[in-house]
Design a protein around this ligand. Structure first.
Ligand SMILES: NC(=O)c1ccc[n+]([C@@H]2O[C@H](COP(=O)([O-])OP(=O)(O)OC[C@H]3O[C@@H](n4cnc5c(N)ncnc54)[C@H](OP(=O)(O)O)[C@@H]3O)[C@@H](O)[C@H]2O)c1
Length: 311
């Protein structure tokens, strides 16, 4: 494949990008369904993108179930949303909260029961919670690789599988997952994170095909960098907190804009959405169309980012 892709690829790459661009413009013009009164579950609703999704779906009249590990932070979000309702004409609903740790997958089934008790059903599940990772594979303990996988992959899988039977019974529902551009391309020193997001993409692609017959769409959203605390909360190779707001994250997309795009993707029942600038989007296509060049660029990036102690 790499040899075949070696020469005369530019016209193919440019034509493919043109077709993709045209398709995205047409999709954006499509009108979507309302979420007024829909029961929307959002994991990781205490901060960052999850909190902004809560704001956007609340303002659109959804009945929210907000999930996270910290009851006080979730209550704070509920208070902020309730206060914001005072200034709107639209009918809004006071959100419910359910506290649980997605990494403890044996507790997820009980949490799903609690979620279902809030409104008796779930219309839209937004698997948003996640944790990032920064580290060199040579210095990363296997337990860290596993922990990131528990939160980013097994947690959403367990929650989806626990809520899915109730959707299948009603032949109604919508599963959404916030993956990442790193679910489509792997960047050096992000192994645990990129692997967990690649697994996420694969699982939800399989799920989409399997449950389409029940009228339940699956939307995978892959953002590039978003201005949140994701890098601050990231874990390193020894499991300690990274604690740094990376420049790429600090200069990333406004989470409010990303949340609005999430609402749009839900309304349009989009299947797969990449929310990133031209460079990361081009890299996603390059990985498929010209892998040899992509791998070269990643090796060069890895060399540049190598820490002095690794040299
Ligand atoms: N920021 C970016 O550049 C970026 C880019 C692409 C994709 N994403 C994805 O966007 C999603 C949201 O991340 P963010 O940027 O908003 O980061 P964030 O501000 O750090 O938020 C992460 C959220 O996940 C929750 N969470 C983490 N571990 C959890 C666990 N074990 N159980 C339950 N909840 C847990 C946190 O809640 P508590 O700590 O309160 O429990 C928090 O609300 C993630 O899936 C991330 O991979 C982010």
């Amino acid at each position: 494949m790499e040899r075949v892709m070696g020469g005369g690829m530019l016209p193919v790459v440019l034509t493919s990008l043109g077709v993709v661009l045209l398709y995205r413009i047409l999709v954006r013009l499509r009108k979507g369904a309302s979420v007024q009164g829909a029961v929307v579950v959002i994991t990781g609703a205490s901060s960052g993108l999850g909190k902004e999704c809560a704001r956007v779906f609340h303002a659109a009249g959804a009945r929210l179930v907000l999930c996270g590990r910290d009851a006080a932070r979730l209550q704070q979000v509920v208070q902020e949303l309730t206060a914001s309702s005072a200034n709107t004409q639209k009918q809004t609903h006071t959100p419910c909260t359910v506290v649980f740790d997605l990494a403890k997958t044996d507790t997820v089934e009980r949490a799903a029961e609690e979620i279902l008790k809030c409104y008796g059903q779930v219309d839209i599940l937004i698997n948003n919670a996640g944790i990032s990772y920064r580290g060199n594979i040579l210095e990363t303990h296997i337990s860290v690789q596993r922990d990131v996988m528990e939160t980013n992959y097994f947690g959403p899988v367990a929650l989806t599988q626990a809520l899915l039977p109730s959707m299948v019974r009603r032949c109604s529902g919508h599963i959404v997952v916030i993956s990442s551009v790193q679910g489509k391309i792997a960047i050096p020193y992000r192994s645990a994170y990129a692997a967990s997001k690649h697994a996420t993409q694969a699982y939800f692609d399989c799920l989409r095909a399997e449950i389409e017959r029940y009228g339940i769409p699956v939307t995978v959203i892959s953002p590039g960098y978003i201005r949140t605390n994701l890098s601050v909360n990231a874990v390193t190779g020894d499991g300690s907190k990274y604690g740094v707001l990376d420049r790429t994250t600090a200069t990333g997309w406004d989470p409010r804009d990303v949340a609005r795009e999430v609402l749009k993707a839900v309304r349009q029942r989009s299947k797969d959405v990449v929310l990133a600038g031209p460079l990361p989007t081009a890299a996603v296509y390059l990985r498929t169309l010209w892998p040899a060049l992509f791998f070269k660029l990643m090796s060069s990036r890895a060399r540049k980012e190598q820490k002095p102690k690794d040299e």
